[in-house]
Design a binder for this molecule. Structure first.
Ligand SMILES: Nc1ncnc2c1ncn2[C@@H]1O[C@H](COP(=O)(O)OP(=O)(O)OP(=O)(O)O)[C@@H](O)[C@H]1O
Length: 559
């Protein structure tokens, strides 16, 4: 507004009052001041916008991660959820900062429009409705574009997921060895390039459609500005507008046109973001943040899984089908069976990570919900995590409900037999594992597994589930672990999943699983005497150790 009034004043001074050039001092100073202010405001706004955008991004991510952390494990087994999560992560998370900048721009241009509109109304009121009408096509275009954008995002979600996965495979430290050993990088790079090309072609098609809409919007804006200027010319020619008024009106129309199109563009970007924001809101609604920590219970008599069945989302065959097992207090119960027979699934049900679709899980005779079972158990996973944190944190992360107990961390690490290896590390228990986050160190596969065992034991619960705890251990380490497994367990009940029958035989009870069912149960001696599945698998493994030279392959090779 200041710019227009200053221009008007300058033109009136020179053209109407015919004043000397020196009289232009005040209008020119006013002009310079208003130009400087109008140039400075966007710069300051955009700087402020960065901080505000970061705040909004952080809040959105915090909420999203909160929702993710609160989702059940079984939710993570569903493709539909992972697809939605990817769409939200790839699109919606970036939108709120855009909305903030859109709102700021809308606010700034809105104020400008009101001020400039006021000036224009004072000079040539007819031009205002012409300029406002010109915004309608921009809004229509924005509405269409928002639908188009959302459809595009849906279409490329899966492709985005695959591209992300390939990027991770090709750039992750833990994939580097195998990919190089198999020279698989060439093939993966080819697949990545293929996906990139497909994405690019979809993007080009999408952009072509958007370009058509954008062009229509631009033509509408240009016509509007042209119309407004025509009004100025017409009013001037008809003598209803003086020359200074016409000059100021032309400047006002030009600036107002720009500001109006900024208002409509901001409005359009808000409209474009709206389906993504609704998608994000729906995601939070379906997966609300905040999970119950559950109440910890000690095991006084037994954990009983009774007739439990479970099918993974999207699968037809049940992974568990009417399974019943009993884990008495303080005892070691082993689960054996061929690959895919359902051992890990059963362990996850016991630990409260999955809920059985049929059957019950009884803790000391009462049904405990998943949250409480989770709070009451500890577990060592077959595919345990290697945290890029200090050794001490790698152990203590399993029980964050109590203050970190350095003495207990050290004694647990000692109990699983890797205290010497840890003490040899550059900073002992404070050495950071991994080299990505800082110049840390690393452990061997077996040492990592024992550290993960220490983590499971540090979480001091009366039931611990050990899924393949010795798969990576050397024979001596495995022997030491199982020779004193009850000492290591310190009186806890344990569910031991293992394919090593030599280790399993010390269990108080052994359950044999097959195709999601328990087919045999008893002590080692009872099961061997039964002469069933266990006896067969045990004999197969024992035979391989006791009489290697009699194995058919060896005999053939020796022949
Ligand atoms: N996340 C999953 N989604 C779909 N199916 C799964 C999933 N995890 C396991 N399964 C299926 O459930 C069945 C039981 O798997 P589970 O991991 O419990 O077997 P397991 O006895 O522990 O096998 P292993 O000895 O190889 O560790 C298998 O048929 C497997 O294909």
């Amino acid at each position: 507004m200041g710019l227009v009034l200053a221009s008007h004043l300058a033109l009136t001074t020179v053209l109407v009052e015919r004043a000397p050039v020196t009289a232009l001092g005040v209008p020119l100073a006013l002009l310079a001041l208003t130009t400087a202010v109008s140039a400075a405001v966007p710069v300051l706004l955009s700087l402020q916008q960065r901080v505000l955008g970061e705040r909004v991004t952080q809040t959105i991510w915090r909420r999203l991660l909160d929702s993710c952390a609160s989702a059940d494990l079984v939710t993570y087994e569903s493709h539909a959820f992972l697809n939605r999560l990817e769409r939200v992560r790839a699109n919606a998370v970036g939108r709120p900062p855009t909305v903030v900048s859109g709102l700021l721009a809308l606010g700034g241009s809105g104020i400008g429009v009101v001020a400039m509109g006021g000036a224009l109304v004072a000079i040539a009121p007819l031009m205002l409705p012409v300029l406002l009408l010109g915004g309608i096509p921009t809004i229509v275009v924005a509405r269409r574009t928002s639908v188009l954008e959302f459809a595009f995002a849906r279409r490329v979600t899966l492709l985005g997921q695959r591209r992300g996965y390939l990027k991770l495979l090709l750039s992750y430290r833990f994939t580097a060895a195998e990919l190089r050993a198999f020279d698989a990088t060439t093939e993966l790079l080819r697949r990545h390039a293929e996906d990139d090309a497909q994405y690019l072609s979809l993007l080009e098609e999408h952009v072509r459609k958007r370009r058509r809409y954008a062009f229509a919007g631009l033509v509408a804006s240009a016509l509007t500005l042209g119309g407004a200027l025509a009004v100025v010319v017409w009013l001037t020619a008809a003598g209803r507008l003086s020359l200074p008024d016409a000059g100021a009106a032309a400047i006002a129309a030009r600036i107002l046109g720009g500001q109006l199109s900024q208002v409509f563009r901001s409005f359009g970007s808000l409209m474009e973001a709206s389906p993504f924001l609704l998608d994000l809101a729906k995601f939070h609604e379906d997966y609300p943040p905040g999970r119950s920590a559950g109440t910890r219970h000690d095991l006084s008599t037994s954990l009983v899984v009774e007739e439990a069945s479970f099918t993974y989302p999207g699968q037809e065959r049940p992974a568990l089908d009417g399974v019943t097992v009993v884990v008495p207090r303080g005892q070691v119960v082993a689960l054996v069976g061929e690959n895919g027979s359902g051992k890990t699934t059963l362990a996850k049900i016991m630990a409260g990570l999955y809920a059985p679709e049929a059957g019950r899980v009884l803790w000391d005779g009462s049904e405990l919900d998943g949250d409480d079972r989770r709070a009451s158990c500890s577990i060592l996973f077959q595919d345990f995590l290697k945290y890029q944190m200090s050794v001490a944190d790698n152990v203590a992360i399993s029980d964050t409900t109590v203050p970190i107990d350095r003495g207990r961390i050290e004694s647990t690490v000692e109990r699983v037999g890797i205290a010497d290896a840890v003490n040899r590390l550059p900073h002992g228990f404070d050495t950071v594992m991994g080299i990505e986050l800082e110049e840390g160190a690393d452990l061997s596969g077996g040492q990592w597994q024992r550290l993960a065992l220490a983590r499971a034991l540090y979480r001091d619960r009366s039931l611990v589930i050990l899924d393949e705890p010795s798969a990576a251990l050397d024979p001596r380490a495995e022997h030491e672990l199982f020779a004193d497994v009850r000492g290591v367990l310190g009186g806890r009940a344990a569910v031991l999943i293992s394919h090593r029958y030599s280790s399993v035989q010390l269990a108080d009870v052994i359950y044999v699983m097959e195709g999601g069912r328990v087919v045999e149960g008893g002590t080692h001696e009872e099961l061997v005497a039964l002469g069933g599945r266990y006896a067969e698998l045990y004999a197969l493994q024992a035979q391989a150790y006791l009489a290697p030279s009699s194995s058919p392959q060896r005999s053939e090779r020796n022949a």
